[in-house]
Design a protein around this ligand. Structure first.
Ligand SMILES: Nc1ncnc2c1ncn2[C@@H]1O[C@H](COP(=O)(O)OP(=O)(O)OP(=O)(O)O)[C@@H](O)[C@H]1O
Length: 281
């Protein structure tokens, strides 16, 4: 499968501050990739660089085809009606599918005559995503599309994205702070922390490749690849990568996505990157 997004040795600096350093990753075409990380991790910087709003200070970003971007603050023009936004899109995009966009908005019950500023937050997010999709991108980049939305609206926006990715070669990169929102929709995970890449990979493969171990203090950790550890006076909880421990005192189970992400974020030194990027396992 060819890569829709290929990031190689990327570094981005704002004046003296490096927002990203030594980042390499590859997202295969057709994937819905979740980009997660704490505040200031560099998510927006990575997305801006991918869509050409920022230039790489070092390294490179390559997108196969056209990218569309929905910014965190959804720069929709409040005084424009939804219909005017569609006309604007038609005039400013080479490949524009206004009919599909109008049909989708009708399906969502969003009136074309309504001013964008008069729509709810959820509806504005739907309009922003629909307009981005109407430009028929190969890569759709969404910077926290679910921020400030209630759970129902979050679910609806994710459903729109899912419906669009089904049956065509659209690749999506979306950032979020809420890992549970991504579980159903995303099949690729990227964890960014302090400007460094920690994880990039297929979510099912990553979950298969990790274990949560719980055991008494003193249970052997020899030979294990510990991602992160939590300890109390009596118990130890570990997230490990690879084979289970031979020590029978450990109880093992498969992690959930949130546990996997939190395990890595707790220990910024741990990485799970494909070998080809040259990052240590
Ligand atoms: N225009 C700028 N000038 C200087 N520093 C910046 C600028 N934009 C971002 N930074 C810095 O770069 C780093 C990465 O910021 P970025 O906005 O990419 O992170 P983020 O992961 O998107 O954060 P958040 O989750 O809070 O949106 C931070 O340390 C931030 O302070």
């Amino acid at each position: 499968m060819s890569a829709a997004l290929e990031v190689t040795g990327l570094g981005v600096r704002y004046r003296r501050t490096w927002a990203l350093r030594d980042c390499s990753l590859s997202v295969p075409a057709g994937r819905v990739a979740a980009l997660v990380g704490p505040n200031g991790a560099g998510k927006t910087t990575l997305m801006h660089t991918a869509v050409g709003l920022l230039r790489a200070t070092e390294g490179s970003v390559r997108v196969a085809g056209e990218a569309a971007f929905v910014a965190q603050d959804k720069p929709l023009y409040d005084d424009f009606t939804v219909a005017e936004m569609l006309t604007f899109g038609l005039r400013t995009n080479r490949r524009w599918d206004g009919e599909a966009a109008a049909a989708r908005l009708a399906g969502l019950g969003i009136p074309l005559k309504r001013k964008v500023g008069g729509l709810s937050g959820g509806q504005q997010a739907q309009v922003a995503v629909t307009l981005a999709l109407a430009s028929r991108p190969d890569l759709l980049v969404l910077d926290e599309p679910l921020a400030n939305l209630d759970p129902l609206a979050r679910h609806d926006v994710m459903r729109t994205i899912m419906a669009e990715t089904a049956g065509r070669e659209l690749t999506v990169l979306l950032s979020s702070h809420v890992v549970s929102d991504l579980e159903e929709t995303c099949d690729w995970l990227i964890v960014l922390n302090g400007g460094r890449m920690q994880v990039s990979g297929d979510i099912e493969e990553l979950l298969d490749d990790h274990l949560v171990l719980t055991g008494p203090v003193g249970a052997s950790e020899a030979g294990m690849r510990v991602v992160s550890a939590g300890r109390t006076d009596r118990q130890v909880g570990l997230l490990v990568r690879g084979a289970p421990s031979p020590d029978p005192r450990w109880q093992a189970r498969r992690p959930g996505l949130e546990e996997l992400v939190m395990g890595y974020l707790r220990n910024p030194e741990s990485t799970a990157m494909p070998a080809l990027t040259g990052v240590r396992p």
